[in-house]
Design a protein around this ligand. Sequence first.
Ligand code: WTA
Length: 646
Amino acid sequence: MSEAVYPVPAHIAASATITAEKAAVMRAAVQQDPDAFWRQEARRLDWITPFTRVNDSNFNEADFAISWFSDGQLNVSANCLDRHLETRGDQAAIIWEGDNPAESRVITYRQLHEEVCRFANVLKDQGVRRGDRVTIYLPMIPEAAFAMLACTRIGAIHSIVFGGFSPDSLASRIRDCDSRLVITADEGLRGGKSVPLKANVDAALDHCASVEKVIVVQRTGGAVKMVEGRDLFYAPLRDAASVDCPYEAMGAEDPLFILYTSGSTGTPKGVLHTTGGYLLWASLTHDYVFDYKPGEVYWCTADIGWVTGHSYVVYGPLANGATTLMFEGVPNYPDHSRFWQVCDKWNVAIFYTAPTALRALMREGDDYVKSSSRKSLRILGSVGEPINPEAWEWYHRVVGEDRCPIVDTWWQTETGGILIAPLPGATALKPGSATQPLFGVEPVLVDAEGKVLEGATDGNLCIAQSWPGQMRTVYNDHDRFFQTYFSTYPGYYFTGDGCRRDADGYYWITGRVDDVINVSGHRMGTAEVESALVAHAKVAEAAVVGMPHAIKGQGIYAYVTLNAGEEGDNALRKELVAWVRREIGPIATPDVIQFAPGLPKTRSGKIMRRILRKIAEGDVSSLGDTSTLADPSVVDHLIADSRLVN
Ligand code: WTA
């Protein structure tokens, strides 16, 4: 833990929307009368039918419910587009920066409105109706935002699947929510290399009966197979579509989108967010945490395939009438100065990225940063995993030249938006700490037995009260929703994260305490990688744990037991790595495969992951009690072999 404290810079406090005084007043207000506070805050959205109900949530099993503003009606695309036309129709809504630095597009609010209406009409013409699910498998191109907003305009529910997922992963996500239509591109483009998106969709659809239509945006113009009667190129449909499309009045609790995310057990869960509370949370947090000022260019580097892209590339900034930069490429192409070149090119004021990218760039030396001016930068943000103090200090000193506050934002797919983060004009910073909860967020630390811990302590992070942006259910499996998040510590939402609270009431996230690992800021369930491995004909059993990794934060360490008679060699290692990449996608690439004749199991057959984690970490001095193992000698073998693979 770093002891350093960075006070709020005077130049930031002087113009901040939320100053320390204002924050204190707001904290008192939300505590005193939460419903009145949220009634007031919800006025930042345009409502078609004003709500009278505010928070009807309860985390207890007997009357379990999560519901906000339930009798109000609104439309997300109207909030992100129509209401801005009069005041900022000609302002840039989206600045798109291509993978190739010579390619870019600026789309004004008026143009965005037109494009979204056209896309919405195309969807309607293809039979998409309110409540239907639409799967989006697109690269970071403006059409991705058009498609998302088009769904919201007509009340369709989008489910975005990250372009790095395999055909199998895509297929299971399409099947789970029964999508009728898939929107994809011929190919994606990242770091000068093409990604065969349409070919992946073709492979996925061999296993999906529900899909009637595929809309193909032409990004590269590469040759793709088009299935007669099913596949349609987007451009001619767009050209023929009307630029008028009235928006649907949606209930605040109507589903807005599904986004699949990994948990400790089973297949990925369809996290469902609804219309009113989610949009309020995305908008409010974007405004307060980034201290967004009208006219500023704001850039979040996340892909729209992750929740960060949903809330902080598209919905939050556009609801606030901001100019949001959308980046197709990667941080190291054409070279490691790309981020900073883009900041200079578009005068980026607010820059939001992930620690893994910062660590990768830091390793390349300061010259790539210093070759740019970065004078437009005002606020820096971090998200996705704990940021190590070393990377934090580098971000602050080298990238921000000691003048830009860093907002380290803790949140999850499930939370819809940021829950714990500094307010740049109000909160002193500590490198590595997400600092303090936002208004109305009540973190609680509990021990393994569920006892609430007070004061400076370590514990499991729970949230005691609902907030508007909270997920509402697991799509089609409300029982799994309750069991996953509310049954471990009754009465609380359990985050799955470990956390330490210091004497100043600052929160320090220490990482997942469940079987989820965080690889380059991406969530991966160890169970998913295990089931991919055991699907291989030569594998009998597999156990996967996280291991420390200098760039990725965590790497994937797989212990693999082969079928009798199979020989574990380097060729098979390579084959298994390729196998997992094909089954799940490149983000699940194992870093280490250790062939293990036996795994440490209790007498009842349960794998002792604690021991496997320690061996993967190279920390074998404190393995704890191994006497309960069915065969304690397994551990010595694993330790000896781990020295060979590492
Ligand atoms: C981790 C991403 C520490 C955490 C928005 C959480 C973080 C998981 C931070 C959610 C942070 C995210 N500091 N840890 N600032 N932000 N995490 O659903 O373990 O992809 O539970 O959402 O990432 O990942 P998810």
